[in-house]
Design a protein around this ligand. Structure first.
Ligand SMILES: CC(=O)SCCNC(=O)CCNC(=O)[C@H](O)C(C)(C)COP(=O)(O)OP(=O)(O)OC[C@H]1O[C@@H](n2cnc3c(N)ncnc32)[C@H](O)[C@@H]1OP(=O)(O)O
Length: 202
C-alpha cells in the first residue's frame, strides 16, 4: 500500500497515477485538518508521519518542501515509492530514483538518469543520456534534448525546451515557454527565447 503526502492539485494527479498503475492507497498526510483527497483517510499532519510498512510518495510540487520531507522520511527509515503512469515510454538503461513521479504521456529515452523525488510532469520528454538530479521538477510539456544536465531542485517551466548538452544549474528556474540554448547558472531565474537570466533565485 502507498501513503500520499500532500493533498493539493499535484497530489490529485499522483492519486490517479497510483490507481492507473494498480497500487492501493492507504491514505494521506497533510497539515490542514480540513484537507480532502477524495474519500481517502487523512492520517495526520506531516510532522506526525511514523514508520509503517507502506511506501511513501511526497506529492507536493515545491522542490524544497519535497526535499525537507524526504529528509524527515529518511530519518524515520520510511520506504519510498514511485508513481509512474502506465502510458510513460521508458527506454533502455534508464534509471529512475526513489520517490519520483512520472506523469501521463512522458517519454524518457535511452540511458537517461532521473534522481530521487523528481516530478516529470505530463507529456514531458527527457532524451538520451540526460542526467536529472534530485528534487527537480520538469513541468508539463518540457522537452530536454540529449545529454542535458539539470541540477538539484531546479524547476523547468511549462512548455520549455532545452537544446542538447546544456547544463541547467542547481536551484535554477526556467520560465514557462523558454528556449534554453546556453547554460543556466545555479540559483538564477531565466526566461524567454533564447532564455536569459533575469534575476537570482536565492
Ligand atoms: C501542472 C502544473 O501546474 S505544473 C506548474 C507549471 N508552472 C510553471 O511552469 C510556472 C513557471 N513560472 C514562470 O514562468 C514565472 O513567470 C517565473 C518563475 C519565470 C517568474 O515568476 P516571478 O519570479 O513571479 O517573476 P515576475 O512575474 O515578477 O516576472 C519578472 C519579469 O519576467 C517576465 N516573465 C515572467 N515569466 C516569464 C516567462 N515565462 N517568459 C517571459 N517573460 C517572463 C515578466 O513579464 C516580468 O517582466 P518585467 O519585469 O519586464 O515586467
Amino acid at each position: 500500500m502507498v501513503v500520499i503526502i500532500g493533498a493539493g492539485g499535484h497530489a490529485k494527479v499522483v492519486l490517479d497515477i497510483l490507481r492507473a498503475s494498480g497500487q492501493e492507497i492507504a491514505g494521506f498526510y497533510d497539515d490542514h485538518p480540513e484537507a480532502k483527497l477524495e474519500d481517502l483517510p487523512l492520517l495526520g499532519k506531516i510532522k506526525e508521519i511514523s514508520y509503517s510498512e507502506h511506501q511513501h510518495i511526497i506529492a507536493i510540487g515545491n522542490n524544497n518542501v519535497r526535499e525537507t520531507i524526504a529528509t524527515q522520511l529518511s530519518q524515520l527509515s520510511c520506504k519510498i515509492g514511485c508513481a509512474i503512469h502506465p502510458s510513460t515510454v521508458i527506454g533502455s538503461q534508464v534509471k529512475i530514483g526513489d520517490g519520483t513521479v512520472v506523469m501521463a504521456n512522458s517519454v524518457i529515452n535511452h540511458s537517461a538518469e532521473i534522481g530521487d523525488h523528481c516530478i516529470i510532469n505530463t507529456a514531458a520528454s527527457v532524451d538520451h543520456d540526460c542526467k536529472i538530479s534530485h528534487f527537480v521538477h520538469l513541468s508539463p510539456g518540457v522537452h530536454l534534448a540529449g545529454n542535458v544536465f539539470v541540477g538539484s531542485n531546479a524547476h523547468i517551466g511549462i512548455g520549455s525546451s532545452v537544446i542538447q548538452s546544456i547544463k541547467v544549474g542547481e536551484g535554477a528556474v526556467v520560465g514557462a515557454g523558454a528556449v534554453v540554448i546556453h547554460d543556466i547558472p545555479d540559483h538564477t531565474v531565466a526566461v524567454g527565447c533564447p532564455a536569459k537570466v533575469i534575476k537570482s533565485n536565492k
